[in-house]
Design a protein around this ligand. Structure first.
Ligand SMILES: Cc1cc2nc3c(=O)[nH]c(=O)nc-3n(C[C@H](O)[C@H](O)[C@H](O)COP(=O)(O)OP(=O)(O)OC[C@H]3O[C@@H](n4cnc5c(N)ncnc54)[C@H](O)[C@@H]3O)c2cc1C
Length: 400
């Protein structure tokens, strides 16, 4: 197994780091303070990204079809998921809130890439899609969704309330999870692309938050909101056997992306800490860990945790590119990287003490930003539950 970054991607990754440093870092503090203001500097960024990926779904886009020709040639593929993970880490090293605010890089775009049929993928190619699963009475247990979708002629009529929608205010459309029949449970949950401005769709508030303040988080209600039936992503059939699998496929792609965001925050904090402490410590990596200063030993341990998280993340992305089922690995990397990023960013604040705590540096911001990565796309506890189910061969009914 060779886990080096493929040469073909290295230049692209280097470019992403350079952009993150020169474009994200200088405006990082500004948009942390100006919560709910759209960072207009991102327009240029979005245009560049869209040009680079030829409109195929953005940084959050999944891997359908990516790298196919290369796979046929070599049998091994480093496609859309791998390049997205590397790109997302680099951008998050710049600023994870700004990354989440880039137009057309929404989690809804990933859902479209993972679940849409060919016609839908083409139709929604240019949309910026947010993703709306969470409701006032339903977070971790997404099977408890109460938003309903009722077929009426060529449309579905949606009713319900969605909260904490990343980019919900700014995106062109929202991928809304709704149930066709509350009595059937998970199998009846489908996702619908609802375009902004559809009658019956109303933005009711935006949230003020601990971190990722450059990214807007919205609550939206749907009241008799009529959506064309062709906007239901994937198959309209309720397949009890397959159950939730269709919509859950999205997470196999997106959890490694969230892990990559965590890696970016952690990497930025480690680098800044080494820089701030360079007069006081000697990181030469030759002295045994029991013979170095306590602060050096601490940094070595954090670096090892960072590296373990990184390897798990690129493994999960590589599996997705190579069509190897990766539900377990996607949860493992998300659980590990998000937890480690929280530990690293907070420990770096501690190691740099007053400098770490002050707004003069971005360390305190990275500490605040990293917390969400262990909450959205499934909390730490939920990832551990998924991992346990996979390892023990238990269903979600058997292990709750
Ligand atoms: C900034 C931000 C952005 C977000 N963006 C989006 C978005 O774009 N789209 C979207 O749909 N949602 C989004 N969310 C919502 C997010 O996904 C949910 O907050 C998350 O799924 C947890 O749900 P909850 O907050 O309702 O907590 P709960 O589900 O109520 O959980 C509370 C606590 O209980 C634990 N817990 C729950 N069930 C179990 C269990 N079975 N075993 C052990 N522990 C358990 C949880 O881990 C957590 O610690 C966002 C949230 C925030 C804060």
């Amino acid at each position: 197994m060779n886990l080096e970054i493929p040469k073909g991607l290295q230049n692209f990754v280097d470019g992403a780091y350079a952009l993150a440093k020169t474009t994200f870092r200088p405006i990082s503090r500004k948009y942390d303070e100006l919560e709910h203001t759209y960072p207009k500097e991102l327009d240029l960024f979005a245009a560049m990204l869209n040009g680079a990926n030829d409109g195929s779904g953005g940084a959050m886009g999944g891997a359908k079809g990516d790298g196919k020709e290369k796979a046929e040639r070599t049998g091994v593929r480093n496609g859309g998921n791998m390049s997205n993970v590397l790109n997302i880490q680099a951008m998050s090293y710049g600023d994870v809130g700004l990354l989440l605010a880039i137009p057309r890089q929404g989690l809804g775009n990933a859902a479209i890439a993972a679940v849409a049929n060919e016609e839908q993928a083409k139709r929604f190619e240019k949309t910026w899609a947010a993703m709306a699963i969470t409701e006032p009475g339903c977070g971790s247990d997404s099977a408890a969704i109460r938003t309903t979708a009722v077929k009426d002629g060529d449309d579905y009529i949606l009713n319900g309330e969605k909260i904490f929608i990343t980019s919900g205010e700014r995106a062109d459309s929202v991928v809304v999870w709704a149930t066709l029949d509350k009595n059937i449970g998970r199998a009846a949950i489908k996702s619908f692309v609802v375009e902004k401005g559809t009658p019956g769709m109303e933005l009711i508030r935006t949230e003020r938050k601990l971190g990722i303040r450059a990214s807007d988080t919205a609550a939206i209600t749907f009241t008799d909101c009529r959506v064309p039936a062709k906007n239901l992503l994937g198959s309209p059939e309720i397949n009890i056997e397959k159950g939730f699998a269709g919509v859950m496929e999205t997470f196999d792609n997106t959890r490694p992306f969230v892990a990559a965001m965590a890696l970016g925050c952690a990497e930025a904090s480690l680098e800044k800490t080494r820089e701030l402490l360079k007069e006081k410590i000697d990181l030469n990596y030759n002295t045994p860990i029991n013979n170095v200063k306590a602060v050096e030993a601490e940094l070595y341990r954090l670096e090892a945790e960072y590296e373990a998280s990184r390897l798990l993340t690129i493994k999960a992305a590589w599996m997705a590119d190579n069509r190897i089922p990766n539900t377990l690995e996607a949860s493992v990397c998300k659980a590990k990287a998000a937890r480690v990023a929280g530990q690293i960013t907070l420990k770096c604040i501690e190691l740099c003490s007053s400098l770490g705590y002050s707004e003069g540096e971005l360390l305190e911001k990275w500490g605040r930003d990293s917390k969400i990565l262990d909450i959205f796309e499934g909390t730490q506890q939920i990832q551990q539950l998924i991992i346990a189910r996979r390892i023990l061969g238990k269903s979600s009914k058997e292990l709750k």
